[in-house]
Ligand binder design. Structure first.
Ligand SMILES: NC(=O)c1ccc[n+]([C@@H]2O[C@H](COP(=O)([O-])OP(=O)(O)OC[C@H]3O[C@@H](n4cnc5c(N)ncnc54)[C@H](OP(=O)(O)O)[C@@H]3O)[C@@H](O)[C@H]2O)c1
Length: 309
């Protein structure tokens, strides 16, 4: 049992991670504008852009690990609000790394596959990043700042899907919501990725913490697929009509932020460090379906209270 502080505990990754961690660890989840009710872990509301807010909490809770899941993670919102993206994605992780290092707290910082330009795919940790958007550039600045402050920080570049508080945060929910309503939905054939189920990713991150890993790791599915194939796989798991997923090369709407083509990640470094096979996108899709059957999305929805800002 460890004391773990999780920032962004109302977000897609933070909430699922906190729920996976709570049975084994003492978890304090930090939320901002989305409060949680009856969560099986302690929560605290905080604005992490308030520079004075975190110190007293770190001194009170004394976490052994700080898992930083907060970001402005919407690519188009980052183009619209570049200063906020810089504050949340780059400046904040740099500050947290300092606050954690001063107290001997291990930091697990969450980064993204989007630091790459998607020209090649199968990116390893030593491939040169080339961010295409403000989101990607600020996330890269964040991970670089963390590693400069604390070379022993654990930095995980990830991609994931799952059930969220609002029911609409993840790509899996986008396909599920459209397909369950009998609506056709575009599936991009030229965008490839290696996502994990957020719950599986959470368990894997905790295993990495137990192994005391440090440095930069790609934490993703060893099996990759296109977004079109992902949509078809969701349709098949939930017995929706897979023909509703329309293969397309380009999105119907123009996005503010440029998107990369092939963001698949190479996970050889993590596989060797862990000494066992990693979960993959297909086992994750099976569990996504099983969680739905068990009423998990409704349980998340029941934890949501009205936005406070
Ligand atoms: N989603 C993806 O597909 C994806 C892919 C690759 C990497 N990532 C990375 O994974 C991490 C988690 O992403 P996510 O999709 O789970 O994010 P998310 O669902 O958008 O959640 C963001 C979290 O940040 C919190 N937050 C925002 N502003 C805050 C502030 N001023 N003070 C305190 N908390 C604040 C939010 O709290 P409230 O909601 O309570 O305001 C929320 O809990 C991020 O580092 C992201 O870059 C995401």
């Amino acid at each position: 049992m460890a004391r773990i502080l999780i920032t962004g505990a109302s977000g897609l990754l933070g909430l699922n991670l906190a729920l996976e961690a709570a049975p084994q660890h003492e978890v304090l989840g930090l939320v901002h504008s989305h409060l949680l009710v009856d969560a099986p872990f302690a929560t605290r509301q905080i604005d992490l852009l308030d520079e004075a807010a975190l110190d007293p909490l770190l001194d009170e809770f004394k976490p052994e690990w700080l898992i930083h899941c907060v970001a402005l993670a919407n690519l188009d919102a980052c183009e619209a609000q570049p200063e906020l993206a810089q504050h949340l994605n780059a400046d904040l992780p740099a500050r947290l790394a300092q606050q954690a290092a001063q107290r001997g707290i291990r930091l697990l910082h969450i980064s993204t596959d989007a630091v790459f330009d998607g020209q090649k795919g199968n990116y390893a940790e030593d491939d040169a990043p080339h961010p295409l958007s403000i989101y990607a550039a600020t996330k890269l600045a964040g991970e670089e700042a963390v590693m400069a402050v604390d070379p022993d920080a654990l930095v995980a570049r990830v991609n994931f899907f799952g059930w969220s508080l609002a029911g609409s945060r993840s790509l899996a929910e986008f396909f599920y919501n459209k397909l369950s309503a009998g609506e056709s939905v575009p599936g991009l054939t030229h965008r490839w990725f290696s996502p994990l189920l957020a719950n599986d990713l959470g368990l894997l991150l905790m295993r990495m913490m137990e192994l005391e890993l440090a440095g930069l790791f790609h934490v993703a599915s060893p099996v990759s697929l296109s977004k079109y194939d992902f949509g078809v796989a969701i349709a098949e798991r939930f017995a929706f009509d897979p023909d509703l997923v329309m293969a397309t090369e380009s999105p119907s709407l123009a996005y503010a932020a440029p998107r990369a083509g092939n963001l698949t990640l190479n996970v050889d470094k993590l596989t060797a460090a862990r000494g066992a096979d990693l979960p993959d996108v297909h086992t994750g899709l099976n569990r996504l379906h099983a969680l739905h059957r068990e009423g998990y999305p409704d349980r998340l929805r029941a934890m949501a209270v009205e936005r406070v800002h």
